[in-house]
Design a protein around this ligand. Structure first.
Ligand code: NI
Ligand code: MN
Length: 220
């Protein structure tokens, strides 16, 4: 399986199926990924992104799934703690400490709760934390799902910063951590090398810093 980071919180998993999480990058390049499945962590515009333009089967919390269905999409609703398997890809929805309105629908249009996903495909387990602050139940996500890879926001201000992501990495215990949701804008400026240096000095966890557009190979 391959993992591509188009940028920000957007991640493309290419294996048996192509799974695109949080499709917020430039519209043409999102459409070009041509995913089989799209997963949305919460309603903020920098996460729902081009979900409606993609018109693919889309997995989201029930409130967002209902909104997408009203927009004509083939959407599958689920909720936190639940697991859904589609075409051999398993999605478990995890908590996230964050807010969620469907920004493209206008102020006050509730997107339910913000969430993250544990995605299992081709024997690899990936935890995409979504937008979240640090929470101690990340330990449970590690104990229950044993993710191989954890994608963690480090931009601060709207999510965890580097200091909290260090703790999150050890709570989750994934062999590899990939920082996301930073340096897209000045308000979420962060230094991924600070995370890498600190985590690798104090744990056996490896921090992989990706460049936007970069692809890495994942082996089970
Ligand atoms: Ni957000
Ligand atoms: Mn965000």
């Amino acid at each position: 399986m391959q993992l591509t980071w188009p940028g920000h919180s957007c991640v493309l998993l290419t294996g048996t199926k192509k799974v695109l999480i949080d499709p917020f990058v430039e519209r043409g390049s999102v459409i070009a990924t041509n995913p089989d499945l799209v997963a949305i962590t919460h309603g903020h515009a920098d996460h729902m992104g081009e979900a409606c333009a993609l018109k693919k089967k889309t997995i989201a919390i029930t409130e967002i799934a209902k909104y997408l269905k009203a927009k004509g999409l083939d959407a599958e609703g689920m909720n936190i703690g639940g697991t859904l398997t589609i075409d051999g890809v398993t999605f478990t929805m995890t908590p996230a400490l964050h807010s969620s309105v469907i920004e493209e629908a206008g102020p006050g249009f509730s997107g339910g709760a913000a969430a993250g996903f544990v995605v299992r495909m081709d024997g690899v387990t990936i935890y995409h934390a979504g937008d979240t602050g640090l929470f101690s139940d990340m330990k449970l996500i590690g104990e229950l799902y044993h993710p191989d890879i954890a994608l963690l926001p480090i931009g601060g201000r709207f999510t965890m910063g580097v200091a909290e992501a260090m703790v999150a990495a050890s709570f989750i215990g994934a062999k590899t951590v990939i920082p996301i949701h930073y340096n897209t804008w000045d308000k979420i400026a962060a230094d991924p090398m600070a995370l890498k240096t600190a985590v690798e000095r104090t744990t056996d966890i490896h921090v992989t810093i990706m460049k936007p557009g970069e692809t890495i190979n994942l082996t089970p």
